[in-house]
Design a protein around this ligand. Structure first.
Ligand SMILES: Nc1ncnc2c1ncn2[C@@H]1O[C@H](COP(=O)(O)OP(=O)(O)OP(=O)(O)O)[C@@H](O)[C@H]1O
Ligand SMILES: [Mg+2]
Length: 291
């Protein structure tokens, strides 16, 4: 038995795998394969987060309730500092909510887990590892056997258009390419839900548009459930099925907007322009936003 397999066995014997729905830690979407597309996959109920420092209390999120359907891409937009990252961190299990409940399927999320994959604005990659080794990292930890790891990494490296760079070290890549590695690394684990915190925020406008197009293309092939935080209303309207507009801090839901048109979308179409204008006007009542 290889080290990989030993580690894999160890992980597979953990408490998460004693349920009747046995599934590997690197494929949590399979746990929910019986939930049809369009039914609720993740439920966030009455989320409230209060940061307590020495002498001050900051209410960052209050009364936040949202059902995310399987296969849906929901964007969250809101004024700077209103609590968007806090919402994602609470869902990821990186901070303990003051109150409220987050569930995926019928499982409550109280700690980080491989059912939620996160893509960060600052890439959070290993600069000296190759693209392939970055994409394989989570699978290594989960004990996926080498051959399967390589096959899956290849598939997602190809999906994000980096096959020619699979053996390049990440520090040699451009910002847009690094972000593709971050996306491949999240997708390859097949998490039930992917959380993205302004993943394209550090990119120039042209690369950003290309990445939005890439994401739409990848989604068409891979059917993922995504919660996507952005400062750009234009980006939100371009990629989302629904858009959650937040108030200024503490973040509460001002409005949830449906975007019913198929992708790819025409940014110059009257419907697109009108919806973008409506969201910007709502946000301007709260604060100032980009484009
Ligand atoms: N660890 C922390 N301790 C105390 N206060 C915090 C902490 N993290 C965030 N805050 C405060 O909570 C509020 C919400 O922060 P958060 O980072 O969630 O906002 P955001 O909407 O993501 O902002 P941005 O648009 O700038 O990314 C802010 O007032 C911030 O100062
Ligand atoms: Mg933030």
């Amino acid at each position: 038995m290889t080290g990989d397999n030993e580690q894999g066995e160890m992980i597979r014997e953990g408490p998460a795998y004693r349920s009747k729905d046995r599934v590997r830690a690197d494929r949590t979407d399979e746990l929910y394969k019986d939930i049809p597309e369009g039914d609720v996959l993740m439920s966030i109920k009455d989320l409230r987060v209060v940061y307590q420092t020495d002498d001050t209390k900051t209410v960052a999120v209050d009364d936040f309730t949202l059902d995310v359907k399987k296969g849906e891409l929901i964007s969250i937009v809101g004024p700077s500092g209103c609590g968007k990252t806090t919402i994602l961190r609470a869902i990821a299990g990186l901070l303990q909510p003051t109150s409220g409940k987050i569930t995926i399927g019928d499982k409550e999320c109280t700690a980080p887990g491989s059912d939620r994959g996160m893509v960060f604005q600052d890439f959070a990659l290993f600069p000296w590892r190759s693209v392939r080794k970055n994409v394989e990292f989570g699978m290594e930890i989960a004990g996926v056997p080498k051959e399967e790891r390589e096959q899956r990494a290849d598939r997602y490296i190809k999906a994000v258009g980096l096959e020619r760079f699979a053996d390049s070290r990440v520090h040699e890549l451009s910002g847009g390419m690094k972000q593709r590695v971050g996306i491949a690394r999240a997708l390859v684990m097949h998490p039930a839900v992917i959380l993205m915190d302004e993943p394209f925020g550090a990119l120039d406008a042209q690369t950003r548009n290309i990445m939005q197009e890439e994401l739409v293309r990848i989604l068409a092939k891979t059917e993922r459930t995504i919660l996507f935080v952005t400062h750009s209303v234009d980006e939100a309207v371009y990629i989302s099925d629904r858009i959650v507009i937040l108030t200024k801090r503490p973040a509460t839901i001002l409005e949830v907007v449906d975007v019913p048109w198929p992708r790819s979308r025409d940014r110059a179409s009257p419907d697109f322009v009108q919806l973008r204008k409506h969201i910007l006007e709502e946000l301007e009542k709260e604060n100032v936003m980009d484009n």
